[in-house]
Design a protein around this ligand. Structure first.
Ligand code: ASP
Length: 437
C-alpha cells in the first residue's frame, strides 16, 4: 500500500502544524511520499510565505530594498527550526538565497524558495529524504511537465530512499532554470507524484474536512460529502466549488487513483473520498451530492421569425468564438435562441458581439440581459431517476425564486437553473434545505 500525502500551506504554517503533520505521517506506514506547499498563514492577519516572496520580487524590480520582507521570511523559518529543534542550517542557505536577489533572478526562482525551505525543514523533522523538485519535476520546451521524464525520476527516488519528501509547486526547465506552476500548484505536484508511483491513494491534507455540500458562506454549517465521483467533482468545480487545483485531478483520475481530501486539524475525520465510480444502494430521498453556483452571467437572446436555427446559431457561435468568449449554455426556442456567457468574460465585447450578430444573422431583435446567476444541483443519484427536477423546481417556486433558465446535462449528472443574481443565495439555501433536511 502506498499513499502520497500532500500538505497545503495552512498545514505547514508553523511548528505546531508541523507536529500535526508528523503525527499524521507516522500514523500510517503507507504514507511514504510527502509533498509540501510553502508555509501559509497562521492566522487571519498573517501572510503566506509565497505572497511575501512575490512581494520581494516586486520590490527588487522597482529598486526598493526587500530586506524587511526577507527578514520576516527568515524569522518564520528560524522559528520553526528552533521550536522543533532541527539542525538544518537555514541561516547559511538563506544567506545564499539573499545574495541571489538581484534584478536578474527570475520571479519563479524567488517564489519557489517557499516550498524549498519549508520542504527542507519538514524532511528533517519527518526523517524523510529531501528530494528537490528541481531534480524530479521536469518541464518540457512547451512549458508543460514532461511526464515520462518526471515519472521515472520520482520512481527512482522512491526506490532509492523508501521515504521521500518533495517540495511542491516547482520544477526545472530544460535550460536548468526553475519554473513554478500556477498558484496552488502543489496540488498538481502531488497528483503527478501519485500517478507516477501508481499510489493507492492521493491524500490532499488541507484545513477543511473535505468538500462541503454547499458554500459555507451561504449555507450554515453544510454537511461534508463523504464520497463522490470524479465526474461529480468536475461538475461542482466547474460551477464554482473551489477545492483543489483543477489540473490536479486529471493525473490521478487517469490512473484510477482515489483522491482523499482530509483535514490536518481534524485527522480522525475521513474527509471526502473521490473515486471513479461508486456502487451503492440509492437513497431515494437524497439524490443530490452537492450544490454550487456562480453569479454574473449575461444572456444574449436572438429572435427571428421563421429562423433557420442551424444556420443562425452557427453564425452566432462563430461570432462568440471570434471574440474568444466561452459559452456556458444555449437555450433554444421556436423562433429564438439565447446564449449564456460570463459577463466578465465578455467585457465590453458584448456590444461588438451583439452588433456583429445583427449584421450577420439579420435577426428581428437582439437583447442583452445581465445579472444572471447559475446554480447547479449535482448528483450521480439523480441519473435516470424521475422526480428530482420536479422536486427542485417546486422547492424554488415555493420560496419565490423565479427560474429564468433550465438546463440538464446530457449525462443527467446535474440540473442547472438560472436565477436573478439577487436570488442566488436564496436558491442555494432552498435547494440545500430541500434536499438534505
Ligand atoms: N505556495 C503556492 C501558492 O501559495 C503553491 C501552493 O501552495 O500550492 O500558491
Amino acid at each position: 500500500m502506498l499513499k502520497v500525502a500532500k500538505f497545503g500551506g495552512s498545514s505547514v504554517a508553523g511548528a505546531e502544524q508541523f507536529a500535526k503533520v508528523k503525527n499524521i505521517v507516522e500514523s500510517d506506514s503507507a504514507r511514504r511520499v510527502v509533498i509540501v506547499s510553502a508555509a501559509g498563514k497562521r492566522n487571519e492577519d498573517d501572510h503566506k510565505i509565497t505572497d511575501l516572496l512575490y512581494l520581494c520580487h516586486a520590490h527588487i524590480q522597482y529598486g526598493v530594498s526587500c530586506d524587511e520582507i526577507t527578514d520576516k521570511i527568515e524569522a518564520r523559518f528560524e522559528e520553526i527550526k528552533k521550536n522543533l529543534d532541527l539542525k538544518y542550517d537555514i541561516k547559511k542557505e538563506f544567506e545564499v538565497f539573499k545574495e541571489r536577489l538581484t534584478k536578474d533572478v527570475s520571479v519563479d526562482e524567488i517564489v519557489s524558495r517557499g516550498e524549498y525551505f519549508t520542504g527542507r525543514l519538514m524532511a528533517e523533522y519527518l526523517g524523510f529524504q529531501f528530494v528537490d523538485a528541481a531534480d524530479c519535476f521536469f518541464f518540457g520546451l512547451d512549458g508543460q511537465i514532461d511526464r515520462e521524464k518526471t515519472d521515472s525520476a520520482i520512481k527512482e527516488a522512491l526506490e532509492r530512499y523508501q521515504k521521500i519528501l518533495i517540495p511542491g509547486f516547482y520544477g526545472k526547465l530544460p535550460s536548468g532554470r526553475i519554473k513554478i506552476m500556477s498558484r496552488g500548484g502543489s496540488d498538481i505536484s502531488g497528483a503527478i507524484a501519485a500517478a507516477a508511483l501508481k499510489a493507492d491513494v492521493y491524500e490532499n491534507w488541507t484545513d477543511v474536512s473535505g468538500i462541503l455540500m454547499a458554500d459555507p458562506r451561504i449555507v450554515e454549517d453544510p454537511k461534508p460529502i463523504a464520497r463522490l465521483t470524479y465526474a461529480e467533482l468536475r461538475e461542482l468545480s466547474f460551477m464554482g466549488a473551489s477545492v483543489l487545483h483543477e489540473e490536479s485531478i486529471l493525473p490521478v483520475r487517469e490512473k484510477g487513483i482515489a483522491l482523499n481530501i482530509r483535514n490536518t486539524n481534524e485527522p480522525k475525520h475521513t474527509g471526502t473520498m473521490i473515486v471513479d465510480s461508486i456502487e451503492e444502494q440509492c437513497e431515494a430521498d437524497k439524490p443530490i451530492t452537492g450544490i454550487a453556483g456562480r453569479k454574473n452571467f449575461s444572456i444574449i437572446t436572438v429572435t427571428k421569425r421563421n429562423i433557420n436555427i442551424n444556420e443562425t446559431l452557427r453564425q452566432a457561435l462563430d461570432i462568440f468564438s471570434r471574440y474568444k468568449v466561452s459559452i456556458e449554455h444555449i437555450n433554444l426556442g421556436l423562433d429564438s435562441f439565447a446564449v449564456v456567457a460570463s459577463t466578465k468574460a465578455m467585457g465590453d465585447s458584448v456590444y461588438d458581439i451583439a452588433s456583429d450578430i445583427k449584421k450577420t444573422c439579420r435577426p428581428d431583435r437582439v437583447e442583452i440581459q445581465e445579472g444572471l446567476a447559475l446554480v447547479a444541483a449535482v448528483g450521480r443519484k439523480m441519473t435516470f431517476r424521475p422526480g428530482t427536477s420536479g422536486r427542485l423546481f417546486k422547492a424554488l417556486g415555493e420560496n419565490g425564486v423565479n427560474i429564468r433558465i433550465i438546463a440538464q446535462g446530457a449525462d443527467e449528472l446535474s440540473i442547472i437553473v438560472g436565477v436573478e443574481n439577487e436570488q442566488f443565495e436564496t436558491a442555494i439555501k432552498v435547494l440545500y434545505e430541500g434536499f438534505t433536511g
